[in-house]
Design a protein around this ligand. Structure first.
Ligand code: SF4
Length: 382
């Protein structure tokens, strides 16, 4: 009997939470960033075109099965589905429910995995995109991760081919625009490559989403991390700058650097200061700042530079200018996922909850203990 299962990799951006994940590569071509443990111990592999096509066929099979069991209002008749589910093995059933949920969310977006799918030669990736669009003609957006070092190697013509084949957006982890920070974290990239990659991608008409990690340079490079990233952003004018506050993972090489005294972590508040500095330094009016991860201290710090810059800076200043205890109360509410910003804390939290958090925040013996506590919570999110 034909196996209808398909492959799925481990990561995707939060903005692709409702996207169908189509694996075209496995692992990461670089896999040496000192802060990253996602693909540790795994090699990189490009999936063969026939393997990818089979995965797409299986996804389309489940989509068609769901539609064939739906009534005229689009509601799926469980009774019709059950005999099909009974015939599936456990893995097929898991894949079926992935498609079921995706169809339930409108079947709009597809994300190509894994860590650097753009490494698949543009001509081959274009074939995959054509096939995907043929099988799923109603899909609105197809996106992928792409390392800047890979993007910089391609010509604008090759990137345009990808755009014309149906690739709408590339997510790329710059983390920092500073060459010193990039070298320290062993990102395998330079500022020059970032700018070249970014400009080519934008010129090819592909939306560009770059990631910035406040705090990744530690205290030593804190200002430089923000300033040099702002410089890179201004040179490229990407569509999005996504904030991904740095969290030191215990299994990472950077944690060993900290133990050896080679890396001094920024505090949670200092990382917010970097975000403020970055936003203040960006003058690319169409670029949008996006805070779409719980690791960011202000969840609503998002907007278009041209129209929302002052409002974003004001949100950051509101927290940065608080007395320490009030900052900690806010941090605690935010880090437990109870509020997105300071205003919400002031308007939605009961006096009893506030008092409870105040007592808790004042109960730490040292600033170091407080930061350890914050990091402990944050590590659960990454
Ligand atoms: S390029 Fe991305 S996936 Fe690869 S090691 Fe670095 S952070 Fe991890």
């Amino acid at each position: 009997m034909t196996d209808r299962s398909f492959d799925t990799g481990p990561i995707r951006p939060p903005s692709e939470a409702n996207s169908l994940l189509l694996q075209v590569t496995q692992g990461c071509t670089w896999n040496k960033c000192r802060f990253c443990v996602v693909y540790r111990g795994q090699g990189f592999r490009m999936l063969q075109p026939e393997h990818i096509r089979r995965n797409i066929d299986n996804m389309a099979y489940f989509r068609d099965l769901i539609y064939s069991c739906a009534d005229s209002d689009g509601r799926v008749d469980r009774e019709k589905l059950i005999p099909h589910l009974e015939e599936m093995n456990a893995r097929e059933r898991q894949c079926f429910y992935i498609i079921y949920n995706w169809v339930g969310h409108g079947a709009r977006n597809v994300f190509l995995q894994d860590g650097n799918s753009i490494a698949l030669k543009p001509e081959k990736l274009a074939d995959v995109l054509f096939y995907l669009r043929e099988k799923f003609p109603t899909v609105e957006r197809v996106t992928t991760y792409g390392r800047a070092s890979t993007l910089a190697r391609y010509s604008v013509g090759q990137l345009k081919l990808l755009r014309e084949s149906g690739l709408n957006r590339v997510h790329t982890g710059f983390e920092s625009g500073s060459d010193q920070v990039l070298a320290m974290i062993n990102k395998g990239l330079t500022q020059e490559q970032q700018i070249e990659a970014g400009r080519k991608t934008v010129e090819a008409g592909i939306e560009l989403s770059v990631y910035f990690m406040p705090g990744i340079g530690g205290r030593r490079y804190s200002q430089e991390n923000a300033d040099e990233t702002a410089y890179v952003v201004n040179q490229i004018q990407p569509d999005f700058v996504r904030l991904r506050t740095f969290i030191l993972k215990l299994e990472s090489e950077m944690y060993e650097m900290k133990r050896r005294g080679e890396f001094e972590e920024c505090t949670d508040i200092e990382k917010l200061g970097e975000i403020r500095r970055l936003i203040a330094g960006i003058d690319a009016s169409e670029t949008r700042i996006v805070s779409d991860h719980i690791v960011n201290l202000i969840g609503t710090l998002s907007g278009r530079i041209g129209t929302d810059k002052e409002a974003m800076l004001a949100q950051a200043d509101e927290v940065l200018s608080l007395p320490v205890t009030e900052q900690r109360i806010y941090q605690n509410f935010r880090r437990h996922g109870l509020v997105d910003n300071y205003l919400q804390m002031k308007t939605q939290v009961s006096p009893q909850q506030f008092e409870h958090m105040r007592q808790y925040a004042e109960g730490f013996e040292s600033d170091e203990d407080w930061e350890d506590y914050m990091n402990e919570i944050l590590r659960q999110y990454v």
